[in-house]
Design a protein around this ligand. Structure first.
Ligand code: SF4
Length: 271
């Protein structure tokens, strides 16, 4: 049963706290999208409404992880990596379990200029012959056309892997500027479902640019410490909707209250 909307009371930024505040990769992205939504969430405990988890995507992620893990155990490249001539193997490192724990831990970088601990959980990490770590993200979709990372929504995917590269460099790792998306495309043009969904898997490289992140997290820290609520994102329709709905409701409730006050004062006078 849905519980209805609830304000959050935990994990809020407290300007007087002595412990460093922790900000996840998804909150960096939220700030990138809209400073006000970030502030509402992290300072005021008013997050956006949640939506159901993409369980099919999660299942694909989990299966991909398992598949790459079998090759990791043997210290060998996955056949797909060989097919794409990628000079690397899945990283075998005791820290990988922590780095993959997106919910609680992930790669944790105490960023001295802001005093904030930034963190993010990766899907996978490979290592190349120059001992550079390679950020890998699994993506699942279902499209008739060939998948690519050129669309509007995929810009967020690029930011995501760039943040992981930045986090890894922040904790002192040598990181390849190339990240990879292992992109799984469910084929919707099969003749029949027959209880099976077939997939095409493609590896897409992306040359990460992390130069935007330090300035952004500087602004994010300033926003967190400020008592002033930031301006909304002018391209977001939702704030306009919220404002219009709020004004309309307030106006109607005000009219209803006025009418009921008038009614009760009339009845007190016995009219
Ligand atoms: S502009 Fe959109 S994203 Fe920003 S606070 Fe309003 S609803 Fe949130």
């Amino acid at each position: 049963m849905p519980k209805g909307y609830q304000k959050r009371t935990r994990n809020l930024y407290d300007p007087n706290a002595s412990e460093p505040f922790r900000v996840s990769r998804s909150k960096i992205d939220l700030f990138h999208e809209c400073e006000r939504c970030f502030y509402l969430d992290v300072r005021l405990g008013i997050p956006r409404t949640s939506f159901p988890a993409f369980t099919l995507n999660n299942a694909v992620d989990e299966l991909m992880k398992r598949e790459f893990d079998t090759h990791r155990a043997k210290n060998e490249a996955h056949p797909l990596m060989k097919h794409y001539k990628i000079d690397a193997v899945p990283l075998k490192d005791p820290r990988l379990e922590e780095w993959r724990d997106a919910l609680r831990r992930g790669i944790q970088y105490h960023h001295k200029p802001t005093g904030i601990i930034f963190r993010g959980g990766v899907d996978d990490i490979w290592v190349n012959s120059q001992n550079e770590l390679i950020v890998v993200d699994y993506k699942a979709t279902s499209k008739k056309e060939e998948v690519n990372i050129d669309g509007y929504w995929q810009q967020g995917y690029k930011r995501q892997v760039e943040i992981y590269q930045w986090l890894l460099r922040g904790i002192g790792e040598k990181v390849s500027k190339i990240a990879y998306f292992v992109y799984v495309n469910g084929k919707s043009d099969a003749k029949a479902f027959d209880g099976r969904l077939e997939f095409e898997v493609k590896i897409i490289p992306h040359e990460g640019d992390t130069s935007w992140i330090d300035p952004l997290v500087g602004e994010l820290a300033g926003c967190l410490r400020s008592e002033e609520v930031p301006k909304p994102n002018p391209t977001c329709e939702y704030c306009g909707y919220r404002e219009a709905a709020g004004k309309e409701l307030q106006a109607r409730m005000g009219t209803a209250k006025k009418a009921s006050a008038e009614k009760s004062s009339t009845s007190t006078l016995g009219i």
